[in-house]
Design a protein around this ligand. Structure first.
Ligand code: BG6
Length: 494
Protein backbone atom coordinates (compact mmCIF):
# COMPACT_ATOMS: atom_id res chain seq x y z
CA UNK A 1 0.00 0.00 0.00
CA UNK A 2 1.11 3.55 -0.69
CA UNK A 3 2.67 5.06 2.43
CA UNK A 4 1.17 8.19 3.90
CA UNK A 5 2.94 11.52 3.38
CA UNK A 6 5.78 11.76 5.87
CA UNK A 7 8.24 14.25 7.21
CA UNK A 8 11.26 12.78 8.92
CA UNK A 9 13.00 15.11 11.34
CA UNK A 10 16.50 13.97 12.28
CA UNK A 11 17.87 15.38 15.51
CA UNK A 12 21.64 15.12 15.55
CA UNK A 13 21.66 15.38 11.77
CA UNK A 14 25.34 16.30 11.70
CA UNK A 15 26.30 13.07 13.48
CA UNK A 16 27.76 9.80 12.40
CA UNK A 17 24.52 7.80 12.43
CA UNK A 18 22.69 10.09 10.02
CA UNK A 19 25.71 10.19 7.76
CA UNK A 20 26.68 6.54 7.79
CA UNK A 21 23.37 4.73 8.23
CA UNK A 22 20.14 6.73 8.10
CA UNK A 23 20.53 8.80 4.96
CA UNK A 24 22.21 6.03 2.92
CA UNK A 25 19.32 3.74 3.93
CA UNK A 26 16.75 6.36 2.96
CA UNK A 27 18.46 6.93 -0.35
CA UNK A 28 18.41 3.21 -1.15
CA UNK A 29 14.73 3.10 -0.26
CA UNK A 30 14.17 6.09 -2.51
CA UNK A 31 15.86 4.40 -5.46
CA UNK A 32 13.75 1.32 -4.83
CA UNK A 33 10.58 3.48 -4.88
CA UNK A 34 9.77 2.44 -1.34
CA UNK A 35 9.43 5.89 0.22
CA UNK A 36 6.12 7.75 0.38
CA UNK A 37 5.51 9.94 -2.64
CA UNK A 38 5.46 12.98 -0.40
CA UNK A 39 8.52 12.59 1.73
CA UNK A 40 10.70 15.26 3.30
CA UNK A 41 13.77 15.15 5.52
CA UNK A 42 14.53 17.95 7.93
CA UNK A 43 17.91 17.78 9.66
CA UNK A 44 18.49 19.59 12.93
CA UNK A 45 21.76 20.20 14.72
CA UNK A 46 23.48 23.02 16.49
CA UNK A 47 26.00 23.88 13.83
CA UNK A 48 25.27 26.71 11.40
CA UNK A 49 25.29 25.54 7.80
CA UNK A 50 23.09 26.00 4.76
CA UNK A 51 21.05 23.36 3.00
CA UNK A 52 23.59 22.92 0.23
CA UNK A 53 26.51 22.25 2.57
CA UNK A 54 24.43 19.79 4.54
CA UNK A 55 23.32 17.98 1.40
CA UNK A 56 26.80 17.60 0.02
CA UNK A 57 28.01 16.25 3.36
CA UNK A 58 25.20 13.67 3.22
CA UNK A 59 26.06 12.78 -0.33
CA UNK A 60 29.55 11.77 0.72
CA UNK A 61 28.00 9.45 3.27
CA UNK A 62 25.71 7.97 0.64
CA UNK A 63 28.61 7.46 -1.74
CA UNK A 64 30.56 5.57 0.91
CA UNK A 65 27.83 3.61 2.66
CA UNK A 66 24.80 3.09 0.47
CA UNK A 67 24.20 -0.45 -0.75
CA UNK A 68 24.69 0.71 -4.31
CA UNK A 69 27.89 2.64 -3.76
CA UNK A 70 28.49 5.92 -5.52
CA UNK A 71 25.35 7.92 -6.33
CA UNK A 72 24.48 9.19 -9.81
CA UNK A 73 23.89 12.94 -10.19
CA UNK A 74 20.31 12.98 -11.41
CA UNK A 75 18.56 10.79 -8.83
CA UNK A 76 20.66 12.27 -6.05
CA UNK A 77 19.55 15.81 -7.02
CA UNK A 78 15.91 14.76 -6.95
CA UNK A 79 16.37 13.13 -3.56
CA UNK A 80 18.40 16.02 -2.16
CA UNK A 81 15.59 18.45 -3.07
CA UNK A 82 13.62 16.86 -0.27
CA UNK A 83 16.29 17.56 2.33
CA UNK A 84 16.65 20.75 4.33
CA UNK A 85 18.61 21.78 7.38
CA UNK A 86 17.82 23.84 10.47
CA UNK A 87 20.44 25.08 12.92
CA UNK A 88 18.80 24.87 16.32
CA UNK A 89 20.13 24.20 19.78
CA UNK A 90 17.28 22.29 21.33
CA UNK A 91 18.89 22.47 24.77
CA UNK A 92 17.93 26.17 24.90
CA UNK A 93 14.64 26.91 26.69
CA UNK A 94 13.15 28.83 23.74
CA UNK A 95 14.37 26.47 20.99
CA UNK A 96 12.10 24.99 18.37
CA UNK A 97 10.71 28.06 16.63
CA UNK A 98 12.38 27.21 13.32
CA UNK A 99 11.24 23.62 13.44
CA UNK A 100 7.67 24.61 14.34
CA UNK A 101 7.56 26.96 11.38
CA UNK A 102 9.00 24.41 8.98
CA UNK A 103 6.48 21.78 10.01
CA UNK A 104 3.68 24.26 9.59
CA UNK A 105 4.85 25.11 6.08
CA UNK A 106 4.87 21.42 5.25
CA UNK A 107 1.30 21.11 6.52
CA UNK A 108 -0.07 23.91 4.43
CA UNK A 109 -2.52 23.37 1.63
CA UNK A 110 -2.32 19.58 1.67
CA UNK A 111 -2.99 16.61 3.86
CA UNK A 112 -0.92 16.95 7.04
CA UNK A 113 2.04 14.59 6.74
CA UNK A 114 2.89 12.07 9.44
CA UNK A 115 5.80 13.23 11.54
CA UNK A 116 8.70 11.06 12.59
CA UNK A 117 11.20 12.56 14.99
CA UNK A 118 14.38 10.53 14.89
CA UNK A 119 16.47 11.27 17.98
CA UNK A 120 19.97 10.35 16.80
CA UNK A 121 21.54 12.11 19.77
CA UNK A 122 23.52 11.15 22.87
CA UNK A 123 21.34 9.99 25.79
CA UNK A 124 22.13 13.13 27.78
CA UNK A 125 20.25 15.22 25.22
CA UNK A 126 17.12 13.09 24.94
CA UNK A 127 15.23 14.90 27.64
CA UNK A 128 15.85 18.30 26.06
CA UNK A 129 14.81 17.14 22.58
CA UNK A 130 11.70 15.30 23.74
CA UNK A 131 10.84 18.20 26.05
CA UNK A 132 10.98 20.63 23.17
CA UNK A 133 8.65 18.48 21.07
CA UNK A 134 6.20 18.33 23.91
CA UNK A 135 6.41 22.02 24.79
CA UNK A 136 5.64 23.01 21.24
CA UNK A 137 3.05 20.28 20.76
CA UNK A 138 4.82 19.03 17.64
CA UNK A 139 4.26 15.35 18.33
CA UNK A 140 0.72 15.43 19.62
CA UNK A 141 -1.15 13.22 17.18
CA UNK A 142 -0.68 9.74 18.64
CA UNK A 143 -1.78 8.06 15.42
CA UNK A 144 0.47 9.96 13.08
CA UNK A 145 3.41 11.31 15.07
CA UNK A 146 6.22 9.06 16.24
CA UNK A 147 9.58 9.33 17.88
CA UNK A 148 12.50 7.01 17.30
CA UNK A 149 15.01 6.57 20.11
CA UNK A 150 18.45 5.13 19.50
CA UNK A 151 20.48 3.06 21.90
CA UNK A 152 21.98 3.29 24.43
CA UNK A 153 18.61 3.33 26.16
CA UNK A 154 19.85 4.25 29.62
CA UNK A 155 23.04 2.90 31.15
CA UNK A 156 21.49 0.66 33.77
CA UNK A 157 18.09 -0.42 35.00
CA UNK A 158 17.41 2.74 36.99
CA UNK A 159 18.30 5.15 34.23
CA UNK A 160 16.31 3.12 31.67
CA UNK A 161 13.29 3.22 33.98
CA UNK A 162 13.67 6.95 34.44
CA UNK A 163 13.90 7.43 30.69
CA UNK A 164 10.83 5.28 30.09
CA UNK A 165 8.93 7.25 32.71
CA UNK A 166 9.97 10.53 31.17
CA UNK A 167 9.00 9.51 27.64
CA UNK A 168 5.82 7.96 28.99
CA UNK A 169 4.76 11.32 30.38
CA UNK A 170 5.27 12.99 27.04
CA UNK A 171 4.14 10.40 24.52
CA UNK A 172 1.91 7.35 24.24
CA UNK A 173 3.90 4.06 24.23
CA UNK A 174 2.69 3.25 20.70
CA UNK A 175 4.37 6.45 19.46
CA UNK A 176 7.79 5.42 20.81
CA UNK A 177 10.09 3.32 18.61
CA UNK A 178 13.17 2.15 20.52
CA UNK A 179 15.51 0.89 17.87
CA UNK A 180 17.82 -2.11 18.05
CA UNK A 181 19.23 -2.35 14.57
CA UNK A 182 19.96 -6.08 14.92
CA UNK A 183 16.23 -6.72 14.75
CA UNK A 184 16.16 -5.17 11.30
CA UNK A 185 18.80 -7.51 9.94
CA UNK A 186 17.38 -9.87 7.37
CA UNK A 187 18.94 -12.94 8.95
CA UNK A 188 17.80 -12.02 12.44
CA UNK A 189 14.22 -11.73 11.21
CA UNK A 190 14.69 -14.99 9.41
CA UNK A 191 15.02 -16.73 12.77
CA UNK A 192 11.26 -16.22 13.11
CA UNK A 193 10.56 -17.58 9.64
CA UNK A 194 12.90 -20.49 10.14
CA UNK A 195 11.40 -21.49 13.46
CA UNK A 196 7.73 -20.86 12.86
CA UNK A 197 7.20 -21.46 9.15
CA UNK A 198 8.73 -24.93 9.19
CA UNK A 199 7.41 -27.98 10.91
CA UNK A 200 10.74 -29.72 10.70
CA UNK A 201 12.63 -28.04 13.49
CA UNK A 202 10.11 -26.90 16.05
CA UNK A 203 9.50 -30.41 17.48
CA UNK A 204 13.17 -30.72 18.39
CA UNK A 205 13.61 -27.12 19.56
CA UNK A 206 13.78 -27.89 23.24
CA UNK A 207 15.75 -29.38 26.12
CA UNK A 208 15.14 -32.97 25.03
CA UNK A 209 17.18 -32.53 21.86
CA UNK A 210 19.25 -29.40 22.32
CA UNK A 211 22.39 -29.63 24.40
CA UNK A 212 23.36 -25.97 24.45
CA UNK A 213 23.24 -22.78 22.42
CA UNK A 214 26.08 -20.41 21.53
CA UNK A 215 25.58 -16.86 20.34
CA UNK A 216 28.68 -15.14 19.00
CA UNK A 217 28.89 -11.57 17.73
CA UNK A 218 32.55 -11.03 16.93
CA UNK A 219 34.00 -7.92 15.39
CA UNK A 220 37.40 -7.27 13.91
CA UNK A 221 37.15 -3.53 14.29
CA UNK A 222 38.41 -1.84 17.41
CA UNK A 223 36.64 1.01 19.10
CA UNK A 224 37.50 3.34 16.20
CA UNK A 225 36.58 6.98 16.83
CA UNK A 226 34.00 6.17 19.48
CA UNK A 227 36.29 5.99 22.51
CA UNK A 228 34.39 8.77 24.27
CA UNK A 229 31.12 6.86 24.14
CA UNK A 230 32.61 3.40 24.58
CA UNK A 231 34.56 4.26 27.71
CA UNK A 232 31.25 4.73 29.49
CA UNK A 233 29.60 1.75 27.87
CA UNK A 234 31.75 -1.35 27.44
CA UNK A 235 30.81 -4.55 25.63
CA UNK A 236 28.09 -5.63 28.04
CA UNK A 237 26.12 -2.41 27.63
CA UNK A 238 27.02 -1.82 24.00
CA UNK A 239 26.18 -5.27 22.65
CA UNK A 240 24.91 -7.82 25.17
CA UNK A 241 22.10 -5.87 26.82
CA UNK A 242 20.55 -5.22 23.44
CA UNK A 243 21.69 -7.13 20.35
CA UNK A 244 22.72 -10.45 21.90
CA UNK A 245 19.75 -10.67 24.24
CA UNK A 246 17.39 -9.88 21.38
CA UNK A 247 18.86 -12.70 19.33
CA UNK A 248 18.53 -14.99 22.33
CA UNK A 249 14.85 -14.03 22.63
CA UNK A 250 14.16 -14.96 19.02
CA UNK A 251 15.90 -18.30 19.42
CA UNK A 252 14.19 -19.15 22.69
CA UNK A 253 10.69 -17.62 22.47
CA UNK A 254 7.48 -19.61 22.33
CA UNK A 255 5.54 -19.54 19.05
CA UNK A 256 3.53 -16.32 18.79
CA UNK A 257 -0.16 -16.57 18.00
CA UNK A 258 0.10 -13.82 15.39
CA UNK A 259 2.56 -11.28 14.08
CA UNK A 260 0.88 -8.56 16.05
CA UNK A 261 3.54 -6.27 17.55
CA UNK A 262 2.48 -6.82 21.12
CA UNK A 263 2.03 -10.55 20.73
CA UNK A 264 5.58 -11.01 19.41
CA UNK A 265 7.00 -8.71 22.05
CA UNK A 266 5.08 -10.45 24.83
CA UNK A 267 6.61 -13.75 23.85
CA UNK A 268 10.07 -12.21 23.83
CA UNK A 269 9.63 -10.56 27.20
CA UNK A 270 8.62 -13.96 28.57
CA UNK A 271 12.08 -15.24 27.68
CA UNK A 272 13.85 -12.35 29.39
CA UNK A 273 11.73 -12.86 32.47
CA UNK A 274 12.56 -16.54 32.55
CA UNK A 275 16.31 -16.00 32.51
CA UNK A 276 17.52 -17.07 35.89
CA UNK A 277 18.88 -13.96 37.64
CA UNK A 278 22.62 -14.05 38.21
CA UNK A 279 23.43 -13.67 41.90
CA UNK A 280 26.34 -11.37 42.77
CA UNK A 281 28.38 -14.26 44.17
CA UNK A 282 27.97 -16.18 40.89
CA UNK A 283 29.17 -13.41 38.60
CA UNK A 284 32.74 -14.67 38.48
CA UNK A 285 31.50 -18.11 37.40
CA UNK A 286 28.96 -16.99 34.84
CA UNK A 287 30.48 -13.89 33.29
CA UNK A 288 33.84 -13.05 31.76
CA UNK A 289 35.18 -9.69 30.65
CA UNK A 290 38.25 -8.82 28.66
CA UNK A 291 40.07 -5.98 27.00
CA UNK A 292 42.19 -6.13 23.88
CA UNK A 293 45.85 -5.32 23.87
CA UNK A 294 47.94 -4.60 20.80
CA UNK A 295 48.00 -7.27 18.12
CA UNK A 296 48.29 -8.15 14.49
CA UNK A 297 46.00 -8.83 11.56
CA UNK A 298 48.17 -10.39 8.91
CA UNK A 299 50.99 -7.94 8.46
CA UNK A 300 49.09 -5.03 9.99
CA UNK A 301 49.76 -4.13 13.63
CA UNK A 302 46.93 -2.54 15.62
CA UNK A 303 47.15 -0.73 18.96
CA UNK A 304 45.62 -1.91 22.21
CA UNK A 305 42.37 -0.42 23.50
CA UNK A 306 44.17 1.75 26.01
CA UNK A 307 46.03 3.45 23.17
CA UNK A 308 42.93 4.26 21.15
CA UNK A 309 41.81 7.90 20.83
CA UNK A 310 39.78 9.23 23.79
CA UNK A 311 40.49 6.14 25.91
CA UNK A 312 42.10 6.40 29.35
CA UNK A 313 45.62 4.97 29.68
CA UNK A 314 44.47 2.80 32.60
CA UNK A 315 40.98 2.12 31.28
CA UNK A 316 39.12 -0.81 32.84
CA UNK A 317 36.34 -0.79 30.22
CA UNK A 318 35.67 -4.23 28.80
CA UNK A 319 35.83 -4.74 25.04
CA UNK A 320 34.86 -8.40 25.36
CA UNK A 321 32.08 -10.02 27.35
CA UNK A 322 30.89 -13.60 27.67
CA UNK A 323 27.96 -14.87 29.72
CA UNK A 324 26.40 -18.16 30.55
CA UNK A 325 22.64 -17.82 30.98
CA UNK A 326 20.01 -20.32 32.00
CA UNK A 327 16.41 -19.97 31.01
CA UNK A 328 14.21 -21.35 33.73
CA UNK A 329 11.16 -22.57 31.84
CA UNK A 330 9.64 -25.79 30.55
CA UNK A 331 11.36 -25.69 27.19
CA UNK A 332 14.87 -24.70 28.21
CA UNK A 333 15.51 -25.95 31.72
CA UNK A 334 19.11 -27.17 31.91
CA UNK A 335 20.16 -25.91 28.45
CA UNK A 336 22.97 -23.37 28.82
CA UNK A 337 22.99 -20.35 26.52
CA UNK A 338 26.53 -19.04 26.04
CA UNK A 339 26.88 -15.52 24.72
CA UNK A 340 30.07 -13.81 23.67
CA UNK A 341 30.95 -10.61 21.90
CA UNK A 342 34.08 -8.59 21.48
CA UNK A 343 36.00 -6.12 19.46
CA UNK A 344 39.31 -6.86 17.75
CA UNK A 345 38.60 -10.57 17.58
CA UNK A 346 39.93 -12.93 15.01
CA UNK A 347 37.04 -12.63 12.54
CA UNK A 348 33.93 -10.60 11.87
CA UNK A 349 31.15 -13.07 12.34
CA UNK A 350 27.76 -13.16 14.01
CA UNK A 351 26.13 -16.52 14.35
CA UNK A 352 23.94 -18.69 16.53
CA UNK A 353 24.94 -22.30 16.97
CA UNK A 354 22.36 -24.75 18.22
CA UNK A 355 24.22 -27.83 19.37
CA UNK A 356 22.15 -31.01 19.60
CA UNK A 357 22.50 -33.90 21.98
CA UNK A 358 24.17 -37.05 20.73
CA UNK A 359 21.99 -39.78 19.28
CA UNK A 360 20.88 -41.98 22.19
CA UNK A 361 22.76 -45.01 21.03
CA UNK A 362 25.77 -45.48 18.73
CA UNK A 363 25.62 -48.85 16.99
CA UNK A 364 28.87 -48.26 15.07
CA UNK A 365 32.24 -49.83 15.74
CA UNK A 366 34.43 -47.66 17.95
CA UNK A 367 36.72 -46.65 15.08
CA UNK A 368 33.78 -45.37 13.06
CA UNK A 369 32.82 -42.86 15.69
CA UNK A 370 36.20 -41.18 15.85
CA UNK A 371 35.18 -38.41 13.48
CA UNK A 372 31.89 -37.95 15.26
CA UNK A 373 30.63 -34.46 16.08
CA UNK A 374 27.26 -33.50 17.46
CA UNK A 375 24.65 -32.21 15.06
CA UNK A 376 24.82 -28.50 14.88
CA UNK A 377 22.58 -25.96 13.30
CA UNK A 378 24.17 -22.61 12.61
CA UNK A 379 22.20 -19.50 11.86
CA UNK A 380 24.66 -17.22 10.18
CA UNK A 381 23.64 -13.64 10.72
CA UNK A 382 26.62 -12.04 8.99
CA UNK A 383 28.70 -11.76 6.94
CA UNK A 384 27.96 -15.03 5.06
CA UNK A 385 24.21 -14.94 5.61
CA UNK A 386 22.60 -18.34 5.68
CA UNK A 387 21.83 -21.47 7.63
CA UNK A 388 24.07 -24.50 7.92
CA UNK A 389 23.16 -27.88 9.32
CA UNK A 390 26.08 -30.05 10.22
CA UNK A 391 25.20 -33.71 9.94
CA UNK A 392 27.03 -36.98 10.26
CA UNK A 393 27.63 -39.01 7.12
CA UNK A 394 29.52 -42.08 6.18
CA UNK A 395 32.88 -41.14 4.81
CA UNK A 396 33.28 -42.57 1.33
CA UNK A 397 35.47 -45.64 1.31
CA UNK A 398 35.45 -49.29 2.05
CA UNK A 399 35.53 -48.79 5.82
CA UNK A 400 32.63 -47.57 7.84
CA UNK A 401 33.82 -44.23 9.20
CA UNK A 402 31.73 -41.27 10.22
CA UNK A 403 32.49 -37.71 9.21
CA UNK A 404 30.80 -34.34 9.31
CA UNK A 405 29.17 -32.72 6.29
CA UNK A 406 27.22 -29.49 5.91
CA UNK A 407 23.83 -28.83 4.36
CA UNK A 408 23.83 -25.20 3.45
CA UNK A 409 21.40 -22.47 2.64
CA UNK A 410 23.11 -19.28 1.49
CA UNK A 411 21.17 -16.12 0.94
CA UNK A 412 23.46 -14.98 -1.82
CA UNK A 413 22.96 -18.12 -3.83
CA UNK A 414 19.29 -18.70 -3.09
CA UNK A 415 18.14 -15.15 -3.77
CA UNK A 416 19.67 -12.68 -6.11
CA UNK A 417 20.57 -9.14 -5.09
CA UNK A 418 21.62 -7.79 -1.76
CA UNK A 419 19.11 -7.83 1.08
CA UNK A 420 18.09 -4.44 2.47
CA UNK A 421 20.15 -2.94 5.25
CA UNK A 422 18.69 -3.16 8.74
CA UNK A 423 17.97 0.55 8.81
CA UNK A 424 15.98 0.38 5.59
CA UNK A 425 13.65 -2.19 7.07
CA UNK A 426 13.32 -0.39 10.35
CA UNK A 427 12.77 3.07 8.87
CA UNK A 428 10.03 1.69 6.65
CA UNK A 429 8.43 0.00 9.64
CA UNK A 430 8.32 3.30 11.52
CA UNK A 431 6.67 4.92 8.51
CA UNK A 432 4.12 2.13 8.38
CA UNK A 433 3.55 2.31 12.12
CA UNK A 434 4.64 -1.28 12.72
CA UNK A 435 6.46 -1.66 16.04
CA UNK A 436 7.00 -5.42 15.94
CA UNK A 437 10.76 -5.09 15.51
CA UNK A 438 11.16 -2.35 18.11
CA UNK A 439 11.75 -2.56 21.83
CA UNK A 440 8.89 -1.99 24.20
CA UNK A 441 9.57 -0.26 27.53
CA UNK A 442 9.27 -3.46 29.56
CA UNK A 443 11.55 -5.36 27.18
CA UNK A 444 14.33 -2.83 27.63
CA UNK A 445 13.95 -2.92 31.39
CA UNK A 446 13.94 -6.72 31.55
CA UNK A 447 17.10 -6.81 29.45
CA UNK A 448 18.79 -4.42 31.86
CA UNK A 449 17.72 -6.63 34.77
CA UNK A 450 19.53 -9.56 33.16
CA UNK A 451 22.88 -7.76 32.89
CA UNK A 452 22.61 -5.51 35.98
CA UNK A 453 24.09 -7.90 38.54
CA UNK A 454 27.12 -8.38 36.31
CA UNK A 455 27.52 -4.66 35.72
CA UNK A 456 27.34 -3.98 39.42
CA UNK A 457 29.94 -6.53 40.41
CA UNK A 458 32.25 -5.51 37.57
CA UNK A 459 32.00 -1.91 38.60
CA UNK A 460 32.81 -2.58 42.23
CA UNK A 461 35.65 -5.00 41.54
CA UNK A 462 37.89 -3.56 38.83
CA UNK A 463 39.86 -6.03 36.72
CA UNK A 464 43.55 -6.34 37.51
CA UNK A 465 44.70 -8.17 34.40
CA UNK A 466 43.65 -5.85 31.55
CA UNK A 467 44.54 -5.99 28.71
CA UNK A 468 44.05 -9.74 28.71
CA UNK A 469 43.63 -10.68 25.08
CA UNK A 470 45.58 -9.96 21.97
CA UNK A 471 43.94 -8.10 19.10
CA UNK A 472 43.29 -10.71 16.43
CA UNK A 473 42.67 -13.57 18.90
CA UNK A 474 39.37 -15.10 20.05
CA UNK A 475 39.30 -13.27 23.38
CA UNK A 476 40.60 -13.96 26.87
CA UNK A 477 41.40 -17.45 28.07
CA UNK A 478 38.85 -17.05 30.84
CA UNK A 479 36.12 -17.22 28.19
CA UNK A 480 37.30 -20.68 27.18
CA UNK A 481 37.27 -21.76 30.81
CA UNK A 482 33.74 -20.40 31.27
CA UNK A 483 32.36 -22.75 28.66
CA UNK A 484 34.77 -25.62 29.38
CA UNK A 485 33.29 -26.08 32.86
CA UNK A 486 30.51 -28.12 31.34
CA UNK A 487 32.65 -29.86 28.80
CA UNK A 488 31.80 -27.47 25.96
CA UNK A 489 34.01 -25.32 23.81
CA UNK A 490 33.41 -22.28 21.62
CA UNK A 491 32.76 -23.41 18.10
CA UNK A 492 34.75 -22.02 15.24
CA UNK A 493 32.58 -20.31 12.63
CA UNK A 494 31.54 -22.81 9.98
C1 BG6 B 1 26.41 -1.07 17.54
C2 BG6 B 1 27.50 -0.93 18.56
O1 BG6 B 1 25.16 -1.08 18.17
O2 BG6 B 1 26.59 -2.26 16.81
C3 BG6 B 1 28.87 -0.98 17.90
O3 BG6 B 1 27.36 0.28 19.27
C4 BG6 B 1 29.00 -2.20 17.02
O4 BG6 B 1 29.90 -0.96 18.87
C5 BG6 B 1 27.80 -2.32 16.09
O5 BG6 B 1 30.18 -2.09 16.27
C6 BG6 B 1 27.82 -3.63 15.32
O6 BG6 B 1 26.82 -3.61 14.36
P1 BG6 B 1 26.94 -4.45 13.01
O7 BG6 B 1 25.63 -4.17 12.31
O8 BG6 B 1 28.13 -3.94 12.30
O9 BG6 B 1 27.08 -5.87 13.44
Amino acid sequence: AQLEPTVLVIFGAGGDLAWRKLVPALYDLYLDHRLPERFTIVGIARRQQDDETFRSHLRQGVDSFSRRGKSADEPWREFADRISYLAEDFTQPDAGALLGRRLQELDEGTERPNRIFYLAIPPGLLEAAAGMLQRLGLCRDCQRDRIVVEKPFGRDLDSARALNRLLGEMFVESQIYRIDHYLGKETVQNILAFRFANSLFEPIWNRRYIDHVQITVAEKVGVEERGGYYERAGALRDMVQNHLLQILCLVAMEPPVSFDADEVRNKKVDVLRAIRPIRPEEVHQLAVRGQYGAGQYGAGAVPGYRNEPAVAGESVTETFAALKLNIGNWRWQGVPFYLRTGKRLSAKVSEVSIVFRPAPHQPFPAAAAEGWQPNRLVIRIQPEEGIVTRIQVKQPGTRFLLGAADMQFRYREAFRGTPPEAYETLLLDVMRGDATLFMRADQVECAWSVVSPVLEVWETVPPTDFPDYRAGSWGPEAADLLIAKEGHSWLQPV
